[in-house]
Design a protein around this ligand. Sequence first.
Ligand code: NAP
Length: 269
Amino acid sequence: MPAPSPRPPRRHVLVLGGTAEARRLAAALAAHPAGIRVTTSLAGRTARPEAPAGEVRIGGFGGAEGLAEWLRAHRVDALVDATHPFAESITANAARAAAATGVPVVVLRRPGWRPVPGDRWYDVPSLAAAAEALPGLGERVFLSTGRLGLAAFARLTGRHFLVRAVERPDPPLPPDTEVLLARGPFTLAGERELLRAHRIDVLVTKDSGGEATAAKLTAARELGLPVVVVRRPALPDGVPAVPDVAAVLRRLGLAPDGTGQAEQAGKPT
Ligand code: NAP
């Protein structure tokens, strides 16, 4: 009797995570009938992260070289950068590691927010520029930029800051700061009430995109409040980006509905 032919190894996809999209992608890959091995990598910033489907590793790789070494050692077939649009260093590292190893890479980036009639948005390129833009716009500031990088506002005296974040931000913070610990999604009714109850007169946000945290923008529009929008850093040159999980699956040669067969993922252009 001929020996049974060995099963081909499962394709291994590494997802750089830390976002809701990354969790949705890991779930879709883990459930795919093509039999994908999926590992999600988390930076380890959150004390109790929501566990994604599949395997998980936690902590930095040690730069682009460390990531390249990990890709080789764990025989990764495709790399998906599904990190937050403002996680600039890991995205740059992913591009460099993919180029060094020849592992195909694709960036999953949810689309950014765009103003609609009635919005009073002030676009700025960084948190430091947002801090510079605040004088003249308002005295009671809703800072919804997350817990990282708040040192940019630390020298601003004579203003009240309401900081909302999932976990307590580290100092330095502005002297008059109230911290609200909360995790999205947030509703329009809730955001309206928050802005009113705290007598907010200016909102600062990153252009994170997505539905989960967009209600604050609608609430600000309704109340006629100015919004300082920190625009996203640019993606590294030559790295393809797609807007959603279905597009990543197509890029990997996998039907988004879970019915398709795996194809050989071409090297992204
Ligand atoms: P970053 O500045 O781009 O990354 C700093 C360093 O953290 C990287 O060089 C890398 O360390 C490590 N790292 C980041 N993401 C990693 C991942 N998914 N797996 C393993 N190591 C990772 O990133 P950040 O802005 O600090 O964000 C950290 C994480 O929080 C990201 O995964 C991101 O998706 C999530 N997040 C960020 C924001 C934000 O506004 N920045 C918001 C929500 C969620 P090594 O160089 O040692 O490999």
